[in-house]
Design a protein around this ligand. Structure first.
Ligand code: IVH
Length: 689
């Protein structure tokens, strides 16, 4: 084979065509048929060659080039896409009777007593997309948005290998294929595993993971996430050649779109009921989440006669599954003690399979929840997973309560250290008053101290901290910085001259040195990280930043706190009285003060230089937040905006510069649009910070 640098123009053109075809075929075998025939190395070699040729002849890059799947361009905002054919939603029903009513309603409307065919399809729990093709080429991708206007996700959709970029000859000139983007359970668990390793927030369920991966201004991130699709309906189509939903699926498959293998044509209500029962049973074993079935009148002619209600078709309905539930027994109720001393009750359960996931624990939230639902040890309970990873206990099956099961008495002392656990008025949680003399709190404090936004010492994982604490190697954050000193030298014959971490099981010289290097790298730390790392109650990273900005130097902050100058902190915009009291209380505790002073001997806390005011694009601008943000809380976002020199307002007016829009945003987003104010997504806002 000729080297890419030696190819002529015509040879390059021909070869790029061949490569596009070969890679598409291999993608299809891999992603659609689950039957790969190329090894990873062979596949990578093809892609490499494709890229090398394209680099030499950029003018020859094909619209269906495999290199388009990598997500090359980073966007600053999602453009808007108007759906000429709105993306509708479906009416939900929950029982067989309601399905019967639906079928009856359809027949009545059509004034017929004959059987009508329905297509029964699993309702994929993902996000809907619309993919527009013109002359057989993928030209635009959009989210559903409010059904009429969605967001332009062309570049993101391109990275999904299952989506064909070029369609065979003979497809309608304009064709919008719609369906669902989802993340397989396998990919979801792998992604969360990776997030855990990198100490990032994990996703609650595959749907959230898919949403978070698709709506990325940097499509490279989408490309890394392994999203999948199922196609199931259409939008605008010129000269539509199909006459039924079943026929449409035939076309989709011919054109290379993935369709769900469980879509079935039903001839009567009995078939419909069977398809529902069958999928409900298979549900747990499927590699993707479904939350019900969709029944659609099969004939397009009849669909057109039936038409639409305001936002939903009259010819289709969603039959939702009940939440995935199971019965099990509470073996024990344990109390966990967190960093700030909060006592959280956790139920240990007889392990049970709930919708394909083994569940052996569930949080009971707090004292009142236990009382309200009257959970007792030995009780048989209903466990539920509502699409989320964290299971909930729904209720007790009272008839099955064992004789003599005693009411659960919430402890009034800390189960770990024995200190009083008290509940302040208006608070739902009970807290251990042991402070740092409570091992549970001390351990959690240490874990917080080394966490990602604090000192970020990767070598000190949760398990190691537990071990080191129990063995007395680490009792407080300052101890971390004397580890190396205490470790002892390389002398093999002196077993008693130090900790010698390298001699621990599973450790070695290399990992020990790595840990020490990680610790040394943090002997100099920024002021916000340092303040946050202390673990003062209610002081998150955003608050820490506000304090850093206000005080500039840690000593100034500390001396105000020691002098109980609560009022001085309250003057900082974004910090309330309750937070200020917690700060003063923290420094009022002699033990805390001692550790802070020790820490200051080992680490240099940098002075905070406020670059935000001049550098940030947000400086001096008025920002309004609306909707729910997914990565940080609204309060945190506000604090960050303030820290960047912005003003935060509660309502949109002509004076507003930016509106940051989360999910389920309401009228503010609309007003902003009408006033022509720049709308930012959460990610864009973060990027501006
Ligand atoms: S058809 C007019 N079919 O469910 C009909 N929707 O509540 C438009 N969905 O927004 C939708 N699987 O995101 C249809 N097989 C399926 C579906 C499906 C999942 C989602 C879709 C839609 C929502 C409707």
């Amino acid at each position: 084979m000729k080297d890419a640098t030696e190819l002529t123009y015509d040879e390059a053109k021909e070869e790029l065509e061949r490569l596009a075809r070969e890679i598409a075929l291999s993608d299809k075998a891999y992603y659609q048929n689950d039957d790969p025939y190329l090894s990873d190395a062979q596949y990578d070699a093809l892609k490499h060659r494709n890229l090398a040729i394209e680099q030499r002849f950029p003018e020859l890059i094909r619209p269906d080039s495999p290199s388009k799947r990598v997500g090359a361009t980073v966007m600053s905002v999602f453009g808007k896409v108007k759906h000429n054919f709105p993306m509708l939603s479906l009416r939900d029903v929950f029982s067989r009777e309601e399905v019967a009513d639906f079928v009856l309603g359809v027949k009545r409307f059509l004034n017929t007593s004959e059987q009508i065919e329905f297509m029964s399809e699993p309702k994929i729990d993902g996000l809907s997309f619309s993919a527009r093709y013109e002359h057989g080429r993928f030209v635009q991708g959009a989210t559903r948005g409010d059904g009429v206007v969605g967001e332009d996700i062309t570049e993101n959709l391109k990275t999904i290998r299952q989506l064909p970029l070029v369609l065979p000859y003979g497809v309608p000139e304009v064709l919008e294929v719609r369906g669902e983007v989802y993340m397989s359970k396998k990919d979801f668990f792998a992604l969360n595993e990776k997030c855990l390793q990198q100490r990032k927030k994990i996703f609650a369920n595959p749907r959230n993971a898919a949403a978070g991966s698709l709506r990325q201004l940097d499509p490279k991130i989408t490309a890394e996430r392994n999203l999948s699709i199922f196609a199931y309906t259409w939008g605008e189509v010129s000269n539509r050649p199909w006459h039924s939903q079943a026929e449409f699926f035939e076309y989709l498959r011919q054109w290379g779109f993935p369709t769900n293998p469980n879509n079935t044509l039903c001839h009567n209500e009995e078939d419909i009921a069977q398809s529902f029962a069958r999928l409900m049973e298979q549900r747990a074993a499927l590699d993707y989440d479904i939350d019900g079935m969709v029944y659609k009148v099969n004939s397009i002619e009849l669909q057109e006669r039936l038409g639409f209600l305001t936002r939903t078709p009259r010819w289709a309905i969603a039959h939702k599954f009940p939440a995935e539930q199971a019965l099990t027994t509470i073996k024990d109720i344990r109390i966990q003690v967190g960093r700030t001393g909060a006592l959280t009750p956790v139920a240990d359960l007889e392990p049970v399979n709930v919708g394909g996931v083994m569940v052996s624990h569930a949080t009971l939230h707090n004292e009142d929840e236990i009382k309200r639902k009257d959970f007792r040890i030995g009780d048989v309970v209903v466990v539920q997973r509502a699409g989320d990873v964290i299971p909930q206990l729904v209720e007790v099956v009272k008839e099955k309560r064992p004789k003599g099961a005693a009411e659960f008495v919430f402890p009034s002392v800390c189960p770990i250290c024995g200190a009083h656990a008290i509940r302040e008025e208006d608070e739902a949680v009970r807290r251990c008053t042991g402070g740092l003399s409570c091992p549970a709190q001390a351990k959690e404090r240490l874990k917080h101290f080394v966490s990602r936004d604090a000192f970020d010492i990767v070598g000190l994982g949760d398990k190691i901290i537990d071990e080191f604490f129990d063995e007395g190697i680490l009792r407080n954050p300052a101890d971390i910085f004397t580890l190396k000193e205490r470790n002892g030298g390389d002398d093999l014959f002196s077993a008693h001259d130090g900790l010698h971490l390298e001699r621990r099981e599973g450790w070695g010289k290399k990992s020990t040195d790595k840990l020490f290097a990680a610790i040394d790298a943090r002997r100099k730390i920024t002021l916000p990280r340092f303040i946050y790392a202390l673990g003062i109650r209610q002081t998150g990273i955003a608050t820490a930043r506000l304090i850093a900005k206000h005080y500039g130097r840690f000593e100034h902050f500390m001396s105000d706190m020691i002098n109980k100058e609560t009022l001085k902190v309250v003057t900082i915009d974004g910090i309330g009285a309750a937070m200020a009291l917690d700060m003063v209380e923290f420094f009022g505790e002699p033990h805390n003060l001692e550790i802070v002073r020790k820490l200051l001997e080992f680490v240099e806390v940098e002075e905070f230089v406020d670059t935000a005011k001049t550098d940030s694009q947000l400086a001096g601008k008025t920002v309004v937040f609306t909707g729910t943000l997914s990565k940080i809380t609204r309060n945190e976002a506000k604090a960050l905006a303030l820290a960047a020199g912005a003003k935060v307002a509660g309502s949109v007016s002509a004076k507003t510069d930016f509106v940051v829009v989360g999910s389920d945003a309401g009228s503010k987003a609309k007003t902003a649009q009408e006033l022509g104010i720049t709308i930012l997504s959460e990610d864009e806002f973060s990027a501006m910070l």
